[in-house]
Design a protein around this ligand. Structure first.
Ligand code: FAD
Length: 448
């Protein structure tokens, strides 16, 4: 009998799940539902597409016709899955009922917009979908002053885009630093300073209290002060979209994501729910760094999880391991990357962290185009295990943060890293002793 697989969601997790289900079972009937009008795109590209550096048609990589013709997968856009009956194994979507043998739930996240006055005014936007990006791009044309609420990586990437487009930019953040939670203040301050030098204004320690205006945005109130602006972008965080998991009474964890097994199956009152797999921004998962859950909410994570969920939905036996969640963000000419725990997250886990730091260059001193590189590494003071790192550089941050991630996930101590670490070298790509190694040397000195 032909296996019937339904996937809810066509983001990074959902569309990857459908593709891996097809690889695993060439004969399965696979149907994907999405509320969105576009599929198979990376929201990560939105800041550059708004700026006009990337064409929207290149952001959306495939159409439903591509999936139907090349992979025999039916993708139904603008089709909301309203209800799942896990006993009858059916999904109600777009006024019809579909049966499944296995189901993948990849409903992603929703932008958290604070419940304040004025968020319905013209000129208020969230950033999540291609359609959001296109609306922002079109509204922006007649606007001089933009307020970005939320100084996480998405907020800062958008702020940098607006600066490049010649807008006056104000970034409002309720914490005392930019990129809170995942970056340490000393590193984050450098990114703030860089954006200030380019003309951005920052208002920190100021929760946004209201958007002001009649019909259209005229300003924002934050930290009890009013700031004039014509457009407001909310980049105030993402919450797992658990509407369907909650309807199904799945166990939801303390971080707000669905709790899943290594096979990405959800639990109901502590027992695995058969034939359902959950992946992407909607789940929380075991941290590779410390016992306890983490919310990754990254495209790279969603793709890996989608592959596992899709293969398993098609009868495979794939497993997903604990995660360190390496991330990287490009803000103008600066790359900032991180992995594992920041000092703030370490303290959330009750860990005393020790840090080491080094500054150097991304290429040999004499090689043209070298930029500054700052590497910070963290270890657990008790075990000396590497638990996190952050890098700021003009280039080359991604490969280095992935290198440190492998060391963290394999449980290396700082001292082990110094014994075993090797770096490839060419004057145009690194210093002969990489800055990462210098940072770990500094860390080992502090751990003595
Ligand atoms: C501006 C921006 C920049 C980013 N930059 C990066 C980056 O540089 N690197 C990185 O790793 N990550 C980045 N991310 C995060 C990354 O995009 C997300 O982690 C990733 O898209 C999550 O994929 P997902 O499939 O879990 O969820 P989503 O992409 O949110 O997809 C969810 C899908 O579910 C559908 N859906 C939800 N409910 C229903 C329903 N009831 N019925 C039908 N369909 C439904 C939605 O329509 C959508 O298709 C960025 C995100 C944004 C917004």
């Amino acid at each position: 009998m032909v296996r019937e697989i339904i996937v809810i969601g066509s983001g990074a997790a959902g569309i990857t799940a459908a593709s891996y289900a097809r690889k695993t079972d060439p004969d399965a009937k696979i149907t994907v539902f999405t509320e969105d009008t576009d599929i198979a795109y990376s929201p990560c590209a939105i800041p550059w597409a708004v700026e006009g550096k990337i064409a929207w048609e290149n952001v959306v990589m495939h159409t439903p016709e591509h999936y139907s013709e090349k992979k025999n997968i039916d993708v139904l856009t603008q089709t909301k899955a309203d209800f799942v009956d896990s006993s009858a194994k059916t999904v109600a979507a777009g006024g019809k009922t579909y049966r499944y043998d296995s189901l993948v739930i990849a409903t992603g996240g929703k932008v958290f917009i604070p419940p304040i006055n004025g968020v319905g005014l013209d000129g208020v936007f969230a950033v999540r979908t291609v359609q959001d990006g296109k609306r922002i791009q079109s509204y922006l044309r007649d606007v001089k002053e933009v307020a970005v609420c939320g100084a996480g990586t998405i907020g800062l990437e958008m702020a940098s885009t607006f600066l490049d487009l010649g807008k006056e930019v104000m970034v409002i953040e309720m914490m005392d630093q930019v990129i809170p939670r995942i970056a340490d203040k000393d590193m984050a301050d450098r990114i703030q300073k860089y954006l200030e030098e380019r003309g951005a204004r920052f208002v920190l320690n100021a929760p946004v209290q209201a958007v002001i205006g009649t019909g259209k945005v005229r300003g924002v109130t934050a930290g009890d002060n009013n700031y004039p602006c014509e457009m407001v972008i909310f980049a105030t965080g993402v919450r797992a979209n658990t509407d369907i998991p909650k309807q199904l009474n799945f166990d939801i964890g303390q971080l707000g994501g669905v709790i899943v097994s290594p096979s990405l199956q959800p639990y109901r009152r502590g027992r695995i729910v058969p034939d359902i797999f959950v992946a992407g921004d909607v789940i929380q998962f075991e941290s590779a760094v410390m016992p306890g859950p983490t919310m990754s909410q990254l495209g790279s994570t969603a793709v890996r999880q989608g592959a596992v969920a899709g293969a398993n939905a098609a009868g495979g036996n794939a497993m997903y391991g604990p995660i360190a969640s390496p991330w990287v963000s490009v803000i103008g000419e600066k790359e900032i990357a991180g992995t594992g725990l920041s000092l703030g997250l370490a303290s959330w886990y009750g860990v005393t962290a020790v840090s080491g730091k080094a500054e150097g260059l991304t290429r040999a001193r004499y090689y043209p185009g070298a930029t500054e590189m700052i590497v910070k590494v963290l270890a657990d003071a008790a075990s000396h295990r590497l638990i996190g790192a952050q890098i700021i550089a003009g280039e080359g941050a991604t490969g280095r943060i992935d290198w440190i991630t492998s060391a963290i996930v394999s449980g290396m101590t700082a001292e082990d890293f110094l014994v075993r670490a090797e770096n490839a070298y060419c004057p145009s790509t690194s210093m002969v002793k990489d800055v990462v190694i210098s940072a770990v040397e500094d860390l080992c000195g502090k751990l003595k």
